[in-house]
Write a protein that binds this ligand. Structure first.
Ligand SMILES: Cc1cc2nc3c(=O)[nH]c(=O)nc-3n(C[C@H](O)[C@H](O)[C@H](O)COP(=O)(O)O)c2cc1C
Length: 196
């Protein structure tokens, strides 16, 4: 058996986004939780998956659900992620709640949303793996919230000509790029640090 902490830490090296998965029970009551186990599976037919702890209070609800929706959170939705990561059924109180086209609760402000028809459930050790067929999706031009090593993060794009231009560090002159004054300042500051 592995050392559980070391195993968890190693898994945490894999960077993910953060989602909230929502559904309704038979009586129409909304349920949902924060999950970073989301992943794409198939393009044709369009399918996605996520996994839910067998200890989760919402397990029986998702087992019975016909539809559920995955909200890929935007960078400014960290508080909502924390809110939906707490156990309990009062998570939707005070939220102005509407449903998406598939019939699952819609949480606004997302970077992307996938409305799914529940298709399969698989055994995954101490988690249940849910696979859904995407029947509706929506995407916004928002930076995503990310998760790494048990902490939230933001996307930092790798340096490229385009990003340098966007940050005002370089400008296009003819076919090439040249440093702007602030680009040159940054470069000399970095060179100073490198010398120390
Ligand atoms: C960033 C993040 C990702 C999480 N991912 C999952 C996950 O993929 N599956 C899971 O079962 N719990 C996950 N959790 C924990 C659940 O959100 C938490 O246990 C929640 O209380 C479950 O809701 P419930 O108790 O109402 O079922 C995650 C928590 C955080 C903060």
């Amino acid at each position: 058996m592995f050392d559980p902490t070391a195993f968890r830490d190693a898994l945490g090296s894999f960077v993910t986004g953060v989602t909230i998965v929502t559904t309704r029970d038979e009586s129409g009551q909304p349920f949902g939780l924060t999950a970073n186990s989301f992943n794409s599976v198939s393009l044709d037919p369009p399918m996605v998956l996520w996994s839910l702890s067998l200890t989760s209070g919402t397990l029986p609800i998702f087992r019975d659900a016909d539809h559920w929706a995955v909200h890929v959170l935007a960078a400014d939705q960290q508080a909502l992620s924390d809110h939906f990561a707490r156990p309990g059924s009062a998570k939707f109180e005070g939220l102005d709640l509407q449903d998406g086209p598939e019939g699952a609760p819609l949480l606004d402000g997302y970077a992307a949303r996938f409305g799914c028809r529940a298709r399969f459930e698989y055994e995954g050790g101490d988690h249940a793996i849910f696979l859904g067929q995407v029947v509706d999706f929506d995407r916004r031009d928002a930076e995503p919230l990310i998760y790494h090593g048990g902490r939230y993060g933001r996307v930092m794009r790798a340096a490229s000509g385009k990003n340098l231009e966007r940050e005002g560090l370089a400008e296009r002159i003819g076919d090439g790029l040249a440093l702007t004054a602030s680009g040159a300042d940054l470069l000399s500051a970095l060179e100073e640090v490198a010398k120390r």
